[in-house]
Unconditional design. Structure first.
Length: 477
């Protein structure tokens, strides 16, 4: 007798080179671990009975999705940071809001992000942001999800009112405080819950830290054997600062100081040339692509396909909802595929099976969870999602001359088809409803938190005068 068996349905294990399809399969789970995967008859004869049986006929059973880069703390500012020039985005729309953020507001914002993500199939959040001690305590550990977390390390106090064409002023004492906060987070939360929450180092970006502090962070990561979650070659504002200060580009500067290594998860990377992408690949840097956010914020296409073709490891994330507007990995998978096909003028680029792997097993490997999750195989933790194929947008299901399920998951699904979410062997979404905390309470608390933040931040936001304030004054939005 085992704890749970999922029987029937189309299983995508992500084992091997593709999606690892099993027809009419079954998965047995005991103590949060997968103990058997295969054809239904074989698994059932092996394990016998189960306390909980989930019938998956007409459904897809696959690994939970992995959001490799997300800022859950700013979801309550959704819709306030779009349709502005890239040079304005951080300085004129984001910073006036984050200036007024409190731990309580960040927690309520994070709960909303996790709720949206988990209901659309995300089981692992690589979460980057302030107040992470509180977010781990009140959100990730209590909402039943898996997470890689870090707190930002920066030596720039604020970008409110900053002229992007003048060098930022560094505060070295601030950098020291942020490093201490990062170490405290690691000491308390790394490998919490038998690896359910892990931690990494989070230096913000090359333009936000001195060379000495960047190298100090690298040394700590090496000493503690941790990844470095790092915004890398992320656009015009950063490029201006690096040019002013070092008269070079971000990637070449980081290469020259010896910062780049296999520990680095480089986020975005759209500011890197093909030659610089090759430098990153040769150094073992993993790339986290956030296709929707970069398209909306920069009007550019993340170089995901180039990086993979150069031999690099890559994964996909949503970034923040105030820039992207969603925390939905089905949206990211589709955008990653379509944008890269357009960029290369080649419809064969990033086929659906590869996109699904980037959001599951290859994502897990990139962020240091490949030993635990990302594929459905014996010995791994049971992070599993089940989608109902009997939906208008996923019908018909075809198995000859080829199977169409993989294509439809990437190009037709939107996350609403997710019926069941299992994390570490526990069902946390059942029949599409999140079971751990009241969905209504999370949404109501987030709305109140947003109202409170806007009461505090509105004056600074108006004073910063981003382009979208023009639309507001003209009453066209």
């Amino acid at each position: 007798m085992v704890d749970m068996i999922i029987r029937g349905g189309h299983i995508l294990t992500m084992k091997g080179n593709g999606v690892g399809y099993i027809e009419d399969g079954a998965i047995a789970i005991e103590d949060g671990k997968i103990i058997a995967v295969g054809r239904r008859g074989e698994v059932e004869s092996k394990i016998g009975g189960a306390e909980n049986r989930i019938y998956a006929h007409g459904k897809v059973v696959m690994p939970g999705l992995i959001n490799a880069h997300v800022h859950t703390y700013m979801t309550i500012a959704r819709g306030l940071c779009q349709d502005v020039p890239e040079i304005e985005w951080m300085i004129k729309t984001v910073s006036p809001l984050t200036k007024h953020l409190t731990p309580e507001l960040a927690v309520k914002s994070s709960r909303l992000a996790v709720l949206e993500g988990v209901k659309t199939g995300t089981t692992l959040f690589s979460d980057y942001g302030p107040y992470m001690m509180e977010i781990n305590s009140e959100v990730h550990s209590k909402m039943g999800v898996r997470a890689l977390t870090c707190t930002p390390i920066s030596e720039v106090k604020s970008l409110v009112g900053q002229n992007p064409y003048e060098p930022y002023q560094f505060d070295l004492e601030l950098g020291e405080r942020r490093i201490k906060e990062a170490i405290q987070l690691i000491e308390k939360w790394h490998n919490w819950g038998n690896g359910k929450i892990r931690c990494c180092l989070g230096p913000v970006a090359a333009d936000m830290l001195t060379k000495e502090t960047l190298l100090k962070v690298k040394g700590i990561a090496e000493e503690l054997n941790l990844p470095i979650h790092f915004h890398l070659a992320q656009g015009g504002r950063e490029a201006i600062q690096i040019k002013i200060r070092y008269n070079t580009t971000t990637v070449r500067y980081l290469e020259s100081i010896g910062f780049l290594s296999e520990r680095v998860i480089g986020v975005h990377c759209h500011g890197a040339s093909d030659e610089e992408l090759k430098i990153m690949v040769d150094k073992g840097v993993k790339m986290a692509s956030c296709p929707t956010a970069i398209a909306l914020i920069d009007g550019l296409i993340s170089p995901l396909n180039q990086y993979i073709q150069l031999g690099g490891m890559a994964c996909i994330g949503s970034d923040q909802a105030n820039g992207n507007n969603t925390v939905n990995m089905f949206n990211e998978m589709r955008m990653a595929a379509i944008l890269n096909k357009v960029k290369h003028k080649d419809p064969t680029v990033l086929p659906a099976w590869k996109i699904l792997r980037l959001a599951t097993i290859e994502g897990a490997q990139c962020i240091g969870f490949g030993d635990l999750v990302g594929s459905l195989e014996e010995g791994k933790r049971a992070d599993i999602i089940i989608l109902n194929l009997k939906k208008p947008n996923l019908t018909p299901v075809i198995d000859k001359p080829i199977r169409n399920i993989t294509f439809n998951l990437v190009h037709s699904a939107n996350g609403s088809e997710v019926e069941t979410v299992i994390i570490d062997g526990k069902v946390i979404v059942e029949n599409g409803v999140y079971k751990v905390i009241s969905e209504e309470d999370i949404i109501e608390d987030a709305q109140k938190a947003s109202d409170q933040l806007m009461d505090m931040a509105a004056e600074d936001y108006v004073k910063s005068d981003p382009l979208i304030m023009k639309y507001a004054r003209e009453n066209i939005i």
